[in-house]
Design a protein around this ligand. Sequence first.
Ligand SMILES: *Cc1c(COP(=O)(O)O)cnc(C)c1O
Length: 235
Amino acid sequence: MSEKAFMVNNQMDKETPDSAYTEVMEKIACAATTSALAVPEPVLVAVSKTHDASAIEPFIQLGVRHFGENRVQEAEAKWPALKAAYPEVVLHGIGPLQSNKAAQAVALFDVIETIDREKIAKAVATEMEAQGKRPDCLIQVNIGEEPQKAGVVPTEVAAFYDFCQRELGLPIRGLMCIPPHDQPPAPYFALMRQYKDQLGVEVLSMGMSADYEEAIAFGATHVRVGTALFGERKA
Ligand SMILES: *Cc1c(COP(=O)(O)O)cnc(C)c1O
């Protein structure tokens, strides 16, 4: 990394949305073209959790179309007005879901990335039926098999996918993961790519501010980037 790039990274809060967006898009393009897999350029999902509408709007104006929120309640407070103003926006639910929030999640999100257990899959399927709305769904994989982390363990992904698709009729488009944060992510990204290819699904959502370029090298189709765009989150 050049000295200049290093300084830019350390002055994140002084960056404008414009310069942060340009930098992230350049890195995405570069990671896609230099990948040995010759992967197509992935979709940027801007993770706007904790940031309010006034921080989000400049990114919509710059051309960002996909946004991610991890809390249903917070998303419900911010997004209905923004979606009314910008109907082209695609909103991703990227946080752990509880079954008592399934109705709101189905109503609000265009993509639910965190189908992570049978109970949630069933609750979401029931709500889709009731509302006549079918957001795209991803299965969250607990790729590091961490006890504290949500997601389906790797050995159960294929069976869970079949259950969701065949028994519940959920529109499962692919897989999502958050690898262990204290280890190099590359081996986990490589495994995710294998599972995606084995299932023959389209979408692979992986990579955050610290590692999205690496995720792209392993075939991420969607990267979820918060801090590198918006700066540090308020606690
Ligand atoms: C917060 C969050 C992100 C973005 O993290 P950054 O490190 O700020 O880019 C991505 N994915 C999920 C599931 C998140 O909760």
